[in-house]
Design a binder for this molecule. Structure first.
Ligand code: NOJ
Length: 390
């Protein structure tokens, strides 16, 4: 089983320049600054991975570093990632490469971004170029959390580009699913035996009261079901599209799991309102910690395919709470495996404390601090964790 950690480029590399940078400069998000300086120091991150007994590492390529202008690729930067992958392989760590993790090149963003009609082809071309250089990388994630990206950027509007339009959000989701399908085909053509999928953000929606079932079901359908179903069936269902055919893709189901929402019916809000009861386990951002949800989602969304837990983590100042969190979630993985689910890996979010988008550096998800100091015991190959998965 793959056991390791996950990160993303903008959140750890430092000195990135993309659409999120513009958002920061507008004062809409804290400045990322040098982050964990991983662009310079990524090889040191391998040392940390070895320290925690990891055999896998999920990280992302920063698209804006690679396609610097439309159709113009910076191969030097691409080769920097190439050297990193060489070092990972040499250390015996399986690289899991993400092509898109929320941020976009400025040229793409300013020309319409994910609303562009040709966004899927543009993304496909980028995936094609990149995958030619990484023929030995077997695990690929095309897009991270398309549902969250569309929701925050185009419904809530607190992420770039700050739109509040359901119809635009649906267009963006549609384009991202099409883009996944383009990228899927490109990677499969270039990399023999590659396994390619999306990292889906899945949540548990628990109804509060009888009527709460209505908004809970709506959320479940739109947020969880539509993206996963589109990926596995190759058809995008309403309201995103009218069963539009895309190339099916999804060799595994990638699940990012953090929390559940308890949802109550509201006449004013079709998606209901969230209820926050006292006394439940929460992380430092106030999200409910609900380990059983991981089991529920693996069972509900595996579609008879291998499942990769592409992210699971807790923001906390208390490292022993993190250890307990991982243990409790791994127990749920074991439970699912015991019932025949093919869970192939678990990646903790995150290796390092890093830039948590609007929350900046206040949320501490890391096993290590930003300057790579240890926070205490954490070793995925310890009996302590092994017992919970095998
Ligand atoms: C999911 C996202 O992929 C990642 O960027 C984020 O930092 C974590 N969740 C924690 O919120």
């Amino acid at each position: 089983m793959l056991l390791g950690a996950a990160t993303s480029a903008h959140q750890i590399e430092g000195d990135t320049y993309n659409d999120w940078t513009l958002w920061e400069r507008k004062g809409k998000a804290p400045p990322v600054g040098e982050a964990c300086n991983s662009w310079e120091r990524m090889e040191e991150d391998i040392r940390l991975l070895l320290k925690i007994g990891a055999n896998a590492y999920r990280f992302s390529l920063e698209w804006s570093r690679i396609e610097v202008e439309e159709g113009l690729f910076n191969i030097r930067n691409l080769l920097r990632y190439r050297r990193f992958v060489d070092a990972l392989l040499e250390a015996g760590i399986t690289p899991i490469l993400t092509l898109h993790h929320f941020t976009n090149p400025v040229w793409f963003y300013e020309s319409g971004g994910w609303l562009r009609r040709d966004a899927p082809e543009i993304f496909g071309r980028y995936a094609d170029l990149v995958s030619r250089y990484f023929g030995d990388v077997k695990l690929w994630i095309t897009i991270n959390e398309p549902n969250v990206y569309a929701y925050r950027g185009y419904v809530v509007g607190d992420w770039p580009p700050g739109e509040r339009s359901l119809s635009k959000a649906l267009r963006v989701i549609r384009n991202m699913l099409r883009a996944h399908s383009e990228a899927y085909a490109a990677v499969k053509a270039n990399v023999r035996r590659a396994s390619v999928g999306i990292a889906h953000h899945l949540r548990v929606f628990t109804p509060v009261g009888l009527l709460g079932r209505i908004p809970a079901l709506l959320r479940e359908y739109l947020f969880n079901f539509v993206p996963v179903f589109s990926e596995v069936s190759g058809e995008i269902p309403p309201p995103v599209a009218l069963m539009e055919r895309i190339n099916a893709g999804g060799d595994f189901i990638g699940i990012n799991y953090y929390t559940r929402d308890r949802v109550r019916f509201s006449l004013l809000q079709p998606f209901g309102v969230e209820v926050l009861p006292e006394g439940v386990w929460r992380n430092s951002l106030g999200w409910e910690v609900y380990p059983e949800g991981l089991y529920v989602l693996i069972k509900r969304y595996n579609f008879k395919r291998p499942v990769l837990i592409t992210e699971n983590g807790i923001a906390t100042e208390d490292h022993s709470e993190r250890v307990r969190f991982v243990r409790e979630h791994l127990k749920q993985v074991k439970r699912a495996k015991g019932e025949g689910m093919d869970v192939v890996g678990y990646l903790y979010w995150s290796l390092l404390d890093n830039y948590e988008w609007l929350e900046g550096y206040s949320a501490k998800f890391g096993i290590f601090t930003r300057d790579r100091r240890s926070k205490g015991d954490f070793n995925l190959s310890d009996q302590y964790f092994r017992d919970s998965v095998s």
